[in-house]
Design a protein around this ligand. Sequence first.
Ligand SMILES: [Zn+2]
Length: 291
Amino acid sequence: MSDQIQRFMFDHTNVRGEIVTLAAAYHEVLDRHAYPPAVNELLGELLAAVALLTDTVKLDGTLSIEVRGRGVLSLLMAESNPGGELRAIARIAEDAALPSEHASFRELVGEGQIVITLDPREGHRYQGIVALDQETLGGCLEAYFSQSEQLPTRLWLAADEKRAGGLLLQRLPEESQNQDVDAWDRSVQLADTIKTEELLGLEQREVLHRLYHEETVRVFEPKALRFGCTCSRERMSYALHSLGKEELRDILHEQGAIDTQCHFCHTKYHYTAADIETLLDDPDAPPPTIH
Ligand SMILES: [Zn+2]
C-alpha cells in the first residue's frame, strides 16, 4: 500500500472528501525517535491530518499543525510542504511520567491549543487557533474548520504505529449544485461505520467501496506523499545567528565548535570557530527560507 491521498466527490451533491494512507512516511518519522506507543499513534493521526488539511484547502505552500499542550506532551507538530513531503515531531514535557500505552488524547495533551499555520508560496501567511477542548484530535480540527473556514467538516483519524490513515468529509457552500438534500447526513453516517482496521488495512478504493457502494463516487487521481525535511545549512545558520554574538562565542569557548542537529530528521550540522566568525561577520545573514 503506497503513501497517498485521494480526493473524491459524490455526484450531484455538494459533498466532497479526501482519504489518506501513510506507511513509509510514518515509519520514517517514528524511526528517528523513540517515543512511547501512545505518542506514536497520536503522531500518526497528526500526519494524516496535516495531509488531509493541506489537500482540502488546496494549499501550494507549507501547512503546519502544532498541538501545544500542558500535559505529558508539550508539543506535537506535523508539517507538509509543496513537494508532498511530510515531517513531524513530538516533545514530551520534562519530568513527565511516560504515558501508558492506552493514554487518551486528552491525557496526553491536557489543556492548551492547536495552532494551524498556512504559509502559501504566494500571498499572506494565515494562522488559526482552536482550543484543545474536544476528546479527540479529529474533534479539535473539526472545530477549526467550523471557526475558520465555516464549512461543515468531519474527520476520522487512526494510527497503529505501522500505518496512519484518515478520512475527511466536507460540505461545500454550493447548495444550488446539490440535488440530494440527505447527501451530507448520509455520507457522515456511513463514514461513522468505518472501523480502525479498515481505515488502516484496506486500499483506499476498497474503503470507499465498503462505505459508499450505493452512492456515485467520483474519485480523482491519487497524489503521492512521502517523508521529507526542509532543514538546510542556510536555515540552521540563520537560527544560530539569531542566538547572538556573545552566546555563540560562549559555546565556542566551551566546546571549540558548534554541533547542531535537526529535530525532525536528525541531520547534523557542524560549525567550526571559523565558520561561526564568518557567520557573525555577515551582516546579511540568510533569511529563513520557508520552502
Ligand atoms: Zn531536517
